[in-house]
Design a protein. Structure first.
Length: 313
C-alpha cells in the first residue's frame, strides 16, 4: 500500500497532522528521525514523503536529526520519490544565511545581517555595525539566541560575562534591530506553495515565540497554547482578507526553491518598510487563532497530502 510518510523529530508537533490524516482516512507512516538507519542498498517504499525536520531539534536532545534527515532525503530523492520540502528546503530551514541570500534573489527585503564565528569576531563586527542590533543563531528556532543590544559596549559585556549562547552550528548572526510601532510581526502561511492566511503575532513579551501548542518556554506564556486566561489580547490573530505585494514574491520564492509547506515571517518598521527575517519550512499553526477564524492549517495540509498521494499513485 502506498502511504504518506512523515519525516520529523517532534511527536507533539506532528500529532495534529496525524489526526487530520486519520480523519481523512489517508494511509500514513510516522518516521521519527532522532536516530535510525538509511538502507542505501535498498529501494525506498512507494509513497509521498513530507519532511518536517526542525532547526531547533537540538533543543529536544535530537542533535543530529537534521543530518540523518539529509541522508534520508538524499536516498529518497536518488530513487525518484516524491518528496515535499526536500533537501533544499531542509538547507533553508537549517541556515538563516541561506534563507536571506535566497530571499534576496526574489527581491525580498531582509534586515542588514553579518554572519560571524567566534566571540572575538562578533565583537569586531559590531565596530562597524549600526546600533541597536540583535544577535541570533544561524541555526535555531523559537527565537533561540535572540538578544537586543543598544551598543557594542553592552554586547562586549555579555561576551566577557560568558552570557552569549553559542549557535549549534557555530555561526552567529549580527542583525539590525527593526522596531515595530505595533510590537507585532506578521507570519504568512503557505500550503502547496500557495498563500493560505496571515497571522499577526504579538511580540511585546519578547523574542522567543513558541511555534506549536505543545511547546513551553520557561515560565513565559506559550502563544499557541491559549491556556493563559490572564492575557486579554491573544498572541496570535489571523488577519481577515490580508493583502500584500509580498505574497506574490513569497510564492515565487517557494516555487523556485522547491518548498511546499512554509511559514514566512516579516516585520514592518515605523516608515512602513517591510523586512522578511525568517522562513519556517517546518510550520505549525495556532489552534486558538484558527478556531476563531474557522481556518485549519493541518487539515488543509492533510488534504494536500491526500491529493499528492492520489496524483502520483
Amino acid at each position: 500500500m502506498t502511504k504518506v510518510f512523515i519525516l520529523h523529530e517532534n511527536d507533539e508537533w506532528t500529532k495534529p497532522l496525524i489526526d487530520a490524516l486519520a480523519e481523512l482516512q489517508v494511509p500514513f507512516e510516522d518516521w521519527h528521525l532522532h536516530q535510525g538507519v538509511v538502507p542505501l542498498d535498498e529501494v525506498p517504499p512507494e509513497g509521498i514523503f513530507y519532511n518536517r525536520m526542525s532547526a531547533s531539534s537540538h533543543t529536544r536532545g535530537h542533535r543530529y536529526a537534521p543530518e540523518l534527515t539529509h541522508a534520508t532525503l538524499t536516498w529518497l530523492e536518488g530513487h525518484g520519490r516524491r518528496v515535499l520540502n526536500g533537501r533544499n528546503a531542509l538547507q533553508l530551514e537549517l541556515s538563516k544565511v541561506a534563507q536571506y541570500e535566497a530571499l534576496k534573489r526574489y527581491d525580498v527585503l531582509v534586515p542588514k545581517t553579518t554572519a560571524v564565528m567566534g566571540n572575538e569576531a562578533l565583537c569586531i563586527a559590531t565596530e562597524s555595525f549600526p546600533s541597536p542590533f540583535i544577535t541570533k543563531h544561524n541555526r535555531a528556532g523559537k527565537g533561540l539566541g535572540v538578544h537586543k543590544f543598544d551598543s557594542k559596549t553592552s554586547l562586549k559585556e555579555w561576551v566577557v560575562s560568558n552570557k552569549i549562547e553559542p549557535s549549534i552550528d557555530g555561526v552567529m548572526l549580527l542583525q539590525e534591530y527593526i522596531s515595530s510601532p505595533t510590537q507585532t510581526i506578521t507570519r504568512c502561511e503557505f500550503i502547496g506553495g500557495k498563500f493560505m492566511y496571515a497571522v499577526q503575532v504579538d511580540t511585546s513579551e519578547g523574542f522567543e515565540l513558541c511555534p506549536a501548542e505543545a511547546c513551553e518556554i520557561g515560565e513565559q506564556f506559550c502563544p499557541t497554547d491559549g491556556s493563559n486566561n490572564s492575557i486579554t489580547k491573544p498572541k496570535f490573530e489571523i488577519i481577515e482578507n490580508y493583502e500584500s505585494p509580498l505574497i506574490e514574491k513569497y510564492e515565487k520564492f517557494l516555487q523556485g526553491e522547491g518548498i511546499y509547506f512554509a511559514g514566512i515571517e516579516n516585520i514592518t518598521d515605523s516608515d512602513g518598510k517591510v523586512y522578511t527575517y525568517d522562513v519556517n519550512t517546518n510550520t505549525n499553526y495556532n489552534p486558538q487563532a484558527e478556531e476563531k477564524a474557522g481556518i485549519f492549517g493541518m487539515k488543509e495540509a492533510a488534504r494536500k497530502l491526500k491529493e499528492e498521494l492520489k496524483r502520483h499513485y
